[in-house]
Design a protein around this ligand. Structure first.
Ligand code: BTN
Length: 261
């Protein structure tokens, strides 16, 4: 990663840049700095995280030297209800950057997983702070397994890494630069309604499982049904066998075993 500073020349995001050999969580550090007034574009990245966090309080594993793990401070002009746009932006930007650098076509799994060949290799975590009805800042945490993937017993969804799927080495600094450039290129789409609909359409087009039988695991129950569609506020529209369609903002989608369909 020595080339990093050079690779980020000309990027709008990634300044200032703090690189740690080891840290608890890049998102925890970025939040602390954002609370203290850090400006948009500040980037924290780490070779190793000892307390990396995923969605729903799950751990995110980042062993040294084989992943990309970073958190970016953003201050978009959005309301609290529009916060899911950040995950859409990150998902589309990561897919486009991976396509460009590794020449493989990732898909997205609602709400914020990035998959290759049906297995997860990257996760997105957007954490917002509010000022009244408006977003004060968002810390966008992005983790990609580049040359290592967790073992099946360490995860609740099949995992993989980018190099295994691409069948070749991937330069992490180049990948980071490509992701930041795609984030920058699409950032303006968040706050312009017509442009946002194009971003939403690109996000939706990349989603797996839409229209398919699925299992939706919520905090207190697991539902079987069909992941019918998504709405522009990021909600999943999940059709139950009774015909009722539930709007769900947070949960975990799993394929339904064929025997249960
Ligand atoms: C998920 O799939 O549940 C989201 C995973 C997000 C992981 C990234 S790695 C960089 C940043 N720091 C963290 O502690 N988490 C995010």
């Amino acid at each position: 990663m020595h080339e990093l500073l050079h690779q980020l020349n000309g990027c709008r995001f990634g300044h200032p840049l703090y690189v740690y050999q080891q840290i608890g969580s890049t998102s925890d550090r970025a939040k602390l700095l954002a609370e203290n007034g850090a400006s948009e574009g500040l980037l924290i990245m780490a070779e190793e995280q000892t307390a990396g966090r995923g969605r729903g309080g799950r751990a995110w594993l980042t062993p040294p030297g084989c992943a990309l793990a970073f958190s970016l401070v953003l201050r978009p002009a959005l309301t609290a209800e529009q916060a899911a746009r950040l995950v859409m932006l990150a998902g589309v930007a990561v897919c486009e950057a991976v396509e460009q650098v590794a020449e493989v076509q990732p898909r997205l799994k609602w709400p914020n997983d990035v998959l290759l060949n049906g297995r997860k290799f990257a996760g997105l975590l957007a954490e917002s702070a509010l000022r009244g009805e408006a977003l004060e800042y968002v810390v966008l945490g992005i983790g990609l397994n580049v040359s290592w993937a967790p073992a099946p017993e360490q995860v609740d969804f099949p995992a993989t890494c980018l190099q295994a799927e691409a069948g070749r080495e991937v330069d992490r600094a180049k990948l980071l630069r490509a992701i930041l450039l795609r984030l920058e290129a699409r950032y303006g789409q968040l706050s312009d309604e017509a442009a946002f609909h194009a971003l939403f359409a690109d996000w939706r087009a990349r989603l797996v499982m839409l229209g398919e039988p699925a299992e939706l695991r919520l905090e207190t129950e697991t539902l079987a049904g069909v992941a019918e569609d998504v709405a522009a506020d990021g909600a999943l529209l999940f059709r139950l066998p009774s015909g009722e369609v539930r709007r769900v903002l947070a949960g975990n989608l799993h394929l339904r075993p064929a025997s249960a369909v």
